[in-house]
Design a protein around this ligand. Sequence first.
Ligand code: SF4
Length: 160
Amino acid sequence: MPRQLDRPDTNTLDSLLGEIRACRHCAAHLPLGPRPVAVANPAARLLIIGQAPGTRVHETGIPWNDKSGDRLREWLDIDKPTFYDPEKVAIMPMGFCYPGVLASGGDAPPRAECAPLWHERLRAHLPNVALTLLAGMYAQAYYLGKARKKNPDRDRRNLA
Ligand code: SF4
C-alpha cells in the first residue's frame, strides 16, 4: 500500500497538537488572529475544560494566566507548578483562541466550531484522566446538555 504523503500523521498527540497550533478554521472571526492554547499529555489525571483565552492568555500563550486562573488554582488548592505540569493537568478550552468582545461589552463566547473540531480527538489522547472539570457554562452546556442543573451559587463563581 503506498504511503500517503499528502496527509499529516494524526495518530500521535504531537502531530495533533501541531495541527491545532496551525488551525486557522475561524481566523476570520478572531480579532487578534489565531493562537490556540491547549495543553495535553497522556499521563494527565485532571482535565480542565474552560471557556476561551482572554487577552493576557492570548499574549502569553499560557492558559489560565490571569485572575480567573488564580481563583481557579485557589479553589482547586493546586499550586502553579502542579497546575502547569502537563503530566498532571490537561487544559482544553471550549474555544482555543481569543474570541474578542461583544458589541454590548463583555467577553464573546468561545467559537462554536472549535470544540466539535478538536475536543474528541484530543480527549482520545488523554486515557488517564480521572476527573474532568467543566469550568463555566459553555463547557457545562456542551458536555452535560439538559443534565446540567441550574446552580446559582456555582454559576456565579465565574471561573471561566
Ligand atoms: S478557535 Fe479553534 S477552530 Fe478557531 S482558529 Fe482557533 S483553534 Fe481553530
